[in-house]
Ligand binder design. Structure first.
Ligand code: DGL
Length: 234
């Protein structure tokens, strides 16, 4: 049986794991989090690397066919390190969907809602440099959102302020760059209105895992190539 591991600092990963259970009903989806240390979103990269490495140990022990780092903060800060120290493991990262947003925008402005540690990461800077050098990228302050959502205080997340800031800059695409925000996607969409795209990556991740795990013609084993960049396809 195919085993897919899912890691997030907290309950963001559950939104991803639930969708993967629908998409892959025959697979075993093993989900772990780090409830003792969530949120990760304002921690320094070295700490995010250390905590993520500890938290994924059960998934490594379970010999998962793929491990989804269902956390933008951990992906942007730690996945390169994990790929280096565990070169045989198929890690699938989740990072802000900058490239898809760039393809969709007509106004030339996108908004990225993410944790401070994601927004400060080298990987995120690289995504913007690579795909959005000519665009305006608005990054409203969402620094307390993950903590609120984690403890069930969704209603205290001030979605209006972030969406209004995005719209004031004329953004027509809002990227959910933290899996905790998936739980309030509908609210964000309803405040932003039907003309604004609100992007989150769960289905793209499902498609990437499907591709990664499908037996390839002429081969009796699963695809060996590591997924480097699941959300920014060639
Ligand atoms: N859900 C995580 C993300 O996608 C991080 C939330 C946190 O731990 O701050 O970034």
């Amino acid at each position: 049986m195919v085993k897919i591991g899912v890691f997030d600092s907290g309950i963001g990963g559950e939104s991803v794991a639930a969708r993967l259970r629908q998409l892959f009903p025959k697979a075993k989806i093993i989900s772990v989090n780090d409830s003792a240390n969530v949120p990760y979103g304002s921690k320094p990269p070295s700490e995010i690397i250390r905590l993520t490495d500890i938290a994924i140990q059960p998934l490594l022990k379970a010999k998962c066919d793929a491990i989804v780092i269902a956390c933008n903060t951990a992906t942007t800060n730690a996945i390169n390190h994990l790929r280096t120290i565990y070169p045989k493991v198929h890690f699938v990262g989740i990072e802000p969907m900058v490239k898809p947003a760039v393809k969709l925008t007509k106004t030339g402005t996108i908004a990225v809602l993410a944790t401070p540690s994601t927004l400060k990461s080298h990987r995120y800077a690289e995504l913007k440099r690579q795909w959005a050098p000519q665009l305006t990228v608005v990054e409203p302050d969402c620094s307390i959102w993950a903590g609120l959502i984690e403890r069930g205080d969704h209603h205290r997340v001030d979605v209006h302020v972030a969406v209004q800031e995005s719209l004031r800059w004329n953004a027509d695409v809002i990227v959910l760059g933290c899996t905790h925000y998936h739980w309030i996607k509908e609210r964000i969409q309803s405040i932003a209105g039907p003309n604004i795209y609100v992007l989150e990556p769960t289905d793209a991740i499902g498609a990437r895992i499907d591709f990664l795990l499908a037996p390839k013609p002429g081969s009796n084993s699963r695809r060996k190539q590591r997924v480097i960049d699941p959300l920014q396809p060639e």
